[in-house]
Design a binder for this molecule. Sequence first.
Ligand SMILES: Cc1ncc(COP(=O)(O)O)c(C=O)c1O
Length: 484
Amino acid sequence: MSSSVKFFYGEDLPLEMHKVRVVQKLNVGTIDERLAAIKEAGYNTFLLKNKNIFLDMLTDSGVNAMSDLQVSAMLSADDSYAGSATFTKLEDKLRELFNTRYFLPAHQGRACEHLLAKTFLKRPGMVVGMNYHFTTARSHILLCDCFVEELVAEKGLAVTSDDPFKGDCDIDKLNDFFTRYPIENIGFFRVELGTNLIGGQPVSLGNLREVSAVCRQKGTPLVIDASLMADNLYFMKTREELCAGMSIREITAEICKCADIIYFSARKLGCARGGGICTDKKEFYDAIKTLVPIYEGFLTYGGMSVREMEAMTVGLDETMDFDMICQGPEFISHMVEKLLQINVPVITPAGGLGCHLDAMRFLPHIPQTEYPAGALGAAFYIASSVRGMERGTLSEERAPDGSEKLSDMELLRLAMPRRVFTLSQIYYTVDRIHWLYENRKLVGGLRFVEEPFMLRFFIGKLEPVSDWSQKLRDAFVSDFGSEM
Ligand SMILES: Cc1ncc(COP(=O)(O)O)c(C=O)c1O
């Protein structure tokens, strides 16, 4: 196990417990190529082309490294439309790990969110409680003319903290939530493990048990979003006394005992591409199952390729190995430590999913209405050829009157797809963040030129509010030359 290997000279380094056997060539490009590429992409890192990117830290979704066993499993898939043996294998694996009898496949995480919203939100005006929303989870609820209430504990919104479980729900707020809404107006309660939008912060098993007890007493289904469960398992094992003596499989089983429904994006959990919904409750299975052939595909593939399902079965099993799940969080923690040493503002404690730069402290001169995290993402790409993702006001939806909803945090997420990057690539990234931090006053804000009505961060186009990107380019050339 990586964290137990000690170095003779005392340094604390995250040691890879795997070796690289297939590689992809990368290019850094020149500063002028990057400036042209980000202009063409409307200053939105989602719209960059991979050929113009050196390190792709946009997301961990569908881009984790696969193991040799996953790749070889893909070759023996059964592609029957109905009754595929590949599906049965996956279903059996989920039964074994989650102790749930029923599995409904879907093409990815947001498809599960769509099916859940369609099933549980029966009329406009219903509410879904959550520790914290995820963009696509909330959009499906809004599209049903329903709404979300967030009950994350106050500690979750503190950008710097040493609290180990900033994704926990506030139990007082949860009890209060049930006094404010009649039970028939509550669709379900959703707990997201490894909270994506607030820095990949985990939920504790202790808190999950409390939430589950309240939801069961009130009669509201508890839905767990397990997309980021791999990182959350690592943090439960290493940070929570309750879990210290349990194996990863045992912790997984304890998590699942708390839930009525578990759904996941297998682009994250299981290092493949797909998703699904698991439950032990026949009434929920029956209620959702009719929608699967309509929106996803037949019940034994749900829009997924059988090859991906084979890889997922192996990937889910490998997620039970501490050596596998420790790699992401340990690399992230190492990167966060390096950034703290040079006083770069980051979310602490280090979470899962990626390293999160705090754009409000990095670029305090940019108002939230000019999207500081989006500007930081564009500026960092220009300086480094590393692609991150904005997680801030750009990732919010406007209020019905058209005004901006300012997000709780303005983060530039530098995702750490599992087992993909090397330490020297992390050090390069830290070096370029350092350079940008020294030159941060040059960076200015952004404004929309094309703004979609929902999930605008995916495909919206922006422009700089001044000629700051050119000035940033000139500063870079004077330090590094124009060939880098
Ligand atoms: C916590 C969480 N839930 C759901 C999703 C949606 O999954 P997908 O991208 O597979 O649709 C994501 C994706 O980033 C996520 O991080």
